[in-house]
Design a protein around this ligand. Structure first.
Ligand SMILES: [Zn+2]
Length: 394
């Protein structure tokens, strides 16, 4: 009964009234609180996927699940929902991820007025259930108010937090939309159009074990070789577009054994592909040259591309839509660059044009994570306006 809930504030002659005051704060908050209480660590998204399939089917969407779950060894694939258009226009993608980071089991949200936080023992999972809840509320409002909109394609991905695996394995044969929004960042009032590409680096330095007291000259210290390499390496902030880090180091067996093996893991990121390649090559070279300075030592360096950079133009169709939508609801939205990757990196690489809209999540990936419901409402209003404006003119 879509008419039963029509809000009298909606005046078809006044575009602002189409999108402000129609997002139902309490309903959005209730769905968000329900979703964060459903455990959904990466590869364990089965329960939340089931809940969201029900939610979307009740909103008149045709819902399917792709085969990405099998590819990543998870409980479910990506949830893909097709909401038929009620007006002309190209399909619009609305995408958020279902998985959360650890510690994320048994979330007990604490509500303090407009703020929702954790009890300090887990993350909140606002990353990215704020995005999921915003998308569901917007689809619901579209249906209730019978707002004219193009076909909407909702994609709730798995395994974003473990290398954007859901987006990488997303079955694009089931998705017609070629532009849209990803909801997976903090700052409301910003839309992220640029993000770095990243290389992961895994190094094994091998020396030779020997008794440290009886015959140290027979050994080659892998720790010393690794230290030699790291001491000459440019790390941290390389330039405005590029960063590098070695984050993990493990090695050695005992204090009286010359260590024969050290394992090191790190990464490089850059908005510029050539700079990313140069920094990665520099890190590799530091290890290989250090090994060469210590005859008998070997450095085995493996590099893998974690994700590609994204750079969506401010003149792109989706950015023009976002700016017009923000204007319509009396806000300004600025484009910005992110320091990390998200599903948008992958989707842009795979031929879509998507930008990442802030949802209000704060201090993500920590047990102090929190958000303001009013920020989610603001993001939902902009989204609803994007949906409305995504109709083709005429
Ligand atoms: Zn996220």
């Amino acid at each position: 009964m879509p008419h039963a809930h029509v809000d009298k504030r909606v005046d078809p002659g006044n575009p602002i009234s189409y999108v402000t005051g129609v997002i139902q704060t309490e309903r959005l908050k209730a769905l968000f609180l329900e979703l964060v209480r459903i455990d959904s660590l990466s590869r364990r998204e089965g329960r939340i996927a089931e809940r969201l399939r029900t939610e979307l089917a009740a909103l008149g969407a045709e819902v399917e699940v792709d085969d990405a779950g099998a590819a990543v060894g998870g409980e479910t694939g990506n949830v893909i929902a097709h909401v038929p258009g009620t007006g002309p226009g190209e399909p619009l993608l609305l995408c958020a991820h279902m998985d959360t980071v650890e510690p994320g089991v048994g979330v007990k949200p604490v509500v303090e007025g407009d703020v929702i936080r954790t009890d300090g023992t887990t993350v909140l999972g606002g990353d990215d259930k704020s995005g999921v809840a915003i998308v569901c509320e917007c689809v619901r409002v579209c249906r209730e108010l019978e707002l004219p909109h193009p076909p909407l394609e909702v994609v709730f991905t798995i395994c974003e937090e473990v290398g954007l695996q859901g987006a990488k394995h997303l079955d694009l044969g089931r998705v017609r939309a070629r532009h849209g929004l990803v909801f997976d960042s903090d700052a409301v009032g910003f839309v992220f159009t640029r993000a770095p590409g990243s290389n992961g680096i895994e190094v094994v330095v091998r020396g030779r074990a020997a008794h440290a007291g009886m015959a140290p000259e027979r050994g080659i210290s892998a720790i010393q070789v690794a230290a030699d390499a790291v001491a000459r390496m440019r790390l941290g902030r390389i330039d405005a577009e590029t960063t590098a880090n070695l984050g993990l180091i493990q090695g050695g067996r005992a204090v009286n054994i010359v260590p024969e093996e050290v394992r090191i893991r790190g990464e490089a990121r850059s908005h510029d592909a050539a700079k990313l390649d140069a920094q990665t090559a520099h890190m590799r070279e530091c290890f290989e040259r250090a090994a060469a300075r210590h005859p008998g030592a070997v450095a085995d360096v493996k590099v893998h591309r974690q994700y590609e950079a994204m750079h969506v133009s401010d003149d792109s169709r989706v950015m023009r839509l976002v700016r017009a939508a923000a204007r319509e609801v009396g806000r300004t939205i600025e484009s910005a660059g992110m320091g990390g990757g998200c599903d948008a990196n992958v989707l842009n690489r795979r031929g879509l044009e998507v930008v990442n809209l802030g949802t209000g999540m704060r201090e993500i990936h920590t047990t102090s994570e929190w958000l303001k419901v009013s920020d989610m409402v603001a993001a939902a209003e902009v989204t609803l306006s994007v949906i409305r404006l995504a109709r083709s003119p005429g």
